[in-house]
Design a protein around this ligand. Structure first.
Ligand SMILES: [Cu+2]
Length: 136
């Protein structure tokens, strides 16, 4: 009697398990945001996020030279522009992105404001290697 329903029930159960798994995965991590670096520019060069949002940037450096991804306000950018740190790695908002590499970093935007993503290897920021981040 139940035999004819076994396959549809099994498929329905499998479907529910897949949905439950997807919900758990999505709940555990914020959205993934791709950032491409090409010709010493960030693409895109404008981002909008909500306060409280967790975002994982997946940064791909398509250039044959190294770059960096420094997220912060103007004071942070000024500090790095004058600074001499050649390599970054331990702070989520400050990462080095070697030539041809893809680097991931996860950042939570805890409050509204305007932020900047900049690269401060010599000459890059002045050349225009920056992106604007608006958090609302
Ligand atoms: Cu750069």
């Amino acid at each position: 009697m139940l035999g004819r329903y076994r396959l549809p029930l099994t498929l329905a159960l499998a479907g529910l398990l897949v949905i439950a798994w997807a919900v758990m995965v999505l709940a555990a991590s914020g959205p993934t945001v791709p950032v491409d670096i090409k010709y010493s520019r960030f693409e895109p060069d404008e981002f909008r996020f909500k306060a409280g949002q967790e975002v994982t940037f997946v940064i791909f450096n398509d250039d044959p030279i190294d770059h960096e991804f420094i997220l912060g306000d103007q004071a942070v950018q000024d500090g790095h522009e004058l600074g001499t740190e050649a390599h970054h790695g331990s702070i989520p908002t400050e990462v080095s992105v070697p030539a041809g590499a893809t680097v991931e970093t996860t950042i939570t935007f805890d409050r509204p404001g305007e932020l900047i993503i900049g690269c401060h290897l010599p000459g890059h920021y002045a050349y225009g290697m920056k992106a604007i981040v608006t958090v609302r």
